[in-house]
Design a protein around this ligand. Structure first.
Ligand code: ZN
Length: 287
């Protein structure tokens, strides 16, 4: 099918390429093999919360799954290889269902479409919806969280919240639906690995403060050792580092642990690779 995506919400920003370390056999069962199965699954999700589908589901050449608006119509587009890979890696059909439920959440919450750049709050809203609906369909909390544990990044990006926040939203929805977690201890000892963490750092070790438009409630700093860190709940998470560049206009570069780069100009604006301002940096001398 040909759908020109005018505006869209990017969702689980992990490409199939990320799963290259796994060997997949095409004979194994998939989350939903055909678009018909995907549509039926979507109907079950929507029915589980007593609503009617306000969208169509279609297979497409997208990197994972998207909720899109095209000429006034709502679609959910998914990449079948991504769904297959996700199902095999997590070993549960609930992973694919939760991805679909997340995208459906975007459509159901956006009664008046305000599509465009995804925000962290709309992502958490869709995550909460997926947790809620999966409980209604009979998934355990672990099953409801399976896809997110595999796909989310440990720290927030420009468009997506950090894994912990997303898992918390799924758990909130799941519990609001009446779910009682018998494996509660998992919440205290997460099984997924965290980036390097340390206790809160002294003020004199901070060289600059970063403000990101997409993440207004989080605090980011550059340390004197030029590490870029996020501070939340009295804990420090290393998310990348700052380095000098050879460019006169963009003398500094922030690189994250995945090699994603942001550029800092002479006025302290932080820009992405497309030249769009995504935040500002303020050195200690500025304040
Ligand atoms: Zn999303």
């Amino acid at each position: 099918m040909k759908i020109k995506i005018l505006t869209f919400l990017t969702c689980l920003l992990i490409t199939v390429g990320s799963f290259a370390q796994y060997n997949f056999s095409s004979s194994e069962p998939s989350g939903f093999a055909t678009a018909t199965e995907a549509s039926q699954m979507a109907d079950q999700i929507v029915k589980a919360v007593g609503l009617k589908a306000n969208f169509q589901v279609a297979e497409a050449q997208v990197s994972n799954a998207l909720a899109v608006l095209h000429q006034g119509k709502r679609y959910i587009l998914y990449n079948r290889n991504f769904i297959d890979a996700l199902t095999k890696v997590t070993g549960t059909k609930w992973a694919a269902i939760s991805v679909l439920a997340h995208e459906i959440g975007h459509h159901l919450y956006n009664k008046t479409p305000r599509y465009g750049t995804p925000t962290l709050s709309t992502e958490l809203e869709a995550d909460e919806f997926s947790g809620y609906v999966l409980e209604k369909m009979g998934a355990t909390l672990q099953e409801a969280e399976a896809a997110m544990k595999m796909l989310a990044t440990n720290y927030a990006t420009r468009t997506h919240p950090a894994k912990n926040d997303r898992l918390n939203s799924i758990a909130l929805g799941w519990k609001n639906a009446g779910g009682v977690d018998t494996e509660e201890e998992e919440d205290e000892q997460p099984e997924y690995s965290q980036p390097e963490r340390q206790s809160i750092i002294p003020r004199e070790n901070i060289a600059a403060t970063l403000f990101f438009n997409a993440s207004p409630n989080n605090t980011y700093y550059v340390t004197k050792r030029l590490n870029v860190i996020q501070v939340s709940n009295q804990q420090v998470t290393m998310i990348g580092h700052l380095s000098r560049s050879n460019s006169r206009d963009y003398p500094y570069i922030i690189s994250d642990n995945n090699g994603y780069r942001l550029y800092i100009d002479n006025s302290g604006r932080i820009l992405n690779a497309d030249g769009k301002t995504v935040g500002t940096i303020k050195t200690d001398e500025d304040s």
